[in-house]
Design a protein around this ligand. Structure first.
Ligand SMILES: NC(=O)c1ccc[n+]([C@@H]2O[C@H](COP(=O)([O-])OP(=O)(O)OC[C@H]3O[C@@H](n4cnc5c(N)ncnc54)[C@H](O)[C@@H]3O)[C@@H](O)[C@H]2O)c1
Length: 261
């Protein structure tokens, strides 16, 4: 029970990596708040947790909307009296070649993937400061650490906006760590490689998914795609006391991307 009675907010927690993280945190005794834009998925995810006896709540929140993020933190603080952990996980992607991309492709990705982390962190900080305790974990991506050869791996086109946003998340992690460390708040980041979720399969045909998996099996040092549990375990490390002397760091959880090593 590494998170006993901690209150954890997970953005984008209604599916994929966020949901796996919610399940893992719940198994370690945390009270879970799922903040997402998908009401149906929130209802299902919160219902699943409550059915297992977990204290859980769902909140509709668009992380790209500043007012939403401030209302979220206020509501959670009113409901639970404290906020210990924020996982900035909500994310979207739009793959389009750099030459063809327009502002309509670029802006939503930067708004959700980068500005969303800024809004949520800024909104939660006063509540963590008042108790001199907090854990913020940001979810970046392997694409934020190096440009991948997309078109050869069943991936649809370029990722200029997504990669720029996710690289920004890594730098934002370092600057937030500096500003928040005097208040007992650590800020760390996880950069996942490939994990099979709605996110990674919705932008690809089934054949492209298979091509992508095959490519990963060939090129990853560990020769396989990771499981969501393997990823959530690392997020748990940064959210718990186990990482009490770590801040401002990004950990790649990617099976050893041999194209980066
Ligand atoms: N799956 C992967 O292989 C992979 C790899 C690297 C990084 N990531 C990152 O991990 C995070 C989670 O990805 P996933 O694969 O679980 O995706 P997913 O699509 O399964 O889940 C994303 C969740 O975020 C929610 N969401 C989207 N926009 C939102 C917004 N504006 N406000 C609040 N919630 C919003 C969605 O409704 C969904 O529930 C993302 O930040 C993604 O960039 C994923």
């Amino acid at each position: 029970m590494r998170l006993k009675d901690k209150v954890a907010i997970i953005t984008g927690g209604a599916s994929g990596i966020g949901k796996a993280t919610a399940d893992m945190f719940a198994a370690h005794g945390a009270k879970i708040v799922i903040a997402d834009i998908n009401p149906k998925a929130i209802e299902t995810a919160v219902g699943d947790l409550q059915a297992h006896g977990v204290t859980a709540a769902g909140h509709l929140c668009d992380v790209a909307n500043r007012d939403d993020t401030h209302a979220l933190m206020k509501a959670v603080h009113t409901q639970f009296g404290q906020i210990d952990i924020l996982i900035n996980n909500a994310g979207i992607s739009r793959y389009k070649s750099f030459a063809d991309a327009t502002s309509a492709d670029w802006d939503p990705v930067l708004a959700v993937d980068l500005k969303g982390v800024f809004f949520c962190s800024q909104a939660v900080a006063p509540f963590m400061r008042e108790r001199s305790y907090g854990r913020i974990v940001n979810i970046s991506s392997a694409l934020g650490t190096g440009a991948a050869p997309h078109n050869t791996a069943g991936s649809p086109g370029g990722s200029a906006a997504y990669a720029s946003a996710k690289a920004g998340v890594i730098m934002l992690t370092k600057t937030l760590a500096r500003e928040l460390s005097p208040d007992g708040i650590t800020v760390n980041c996880v950069a996942p490689g490939s994990f099979l979720t709605e996110f990674s399969s919705s932008t690809r045909t089934p054949e492209q998914v298979e091509e992508h998996l095959e490519y990963r099996r060939k090129h990853l040092l560990l020769r396989r795609v990771g499981t969501l549990t393997e990823l959530a375990t690392v997020i748990l490390f940064f959210a718990s006391e186990d990482s009490s002397y770590v801040t401002g760091q990004t950990l790649n959880v990617d099976g050893g991307r041999s194209d980066r090593i």
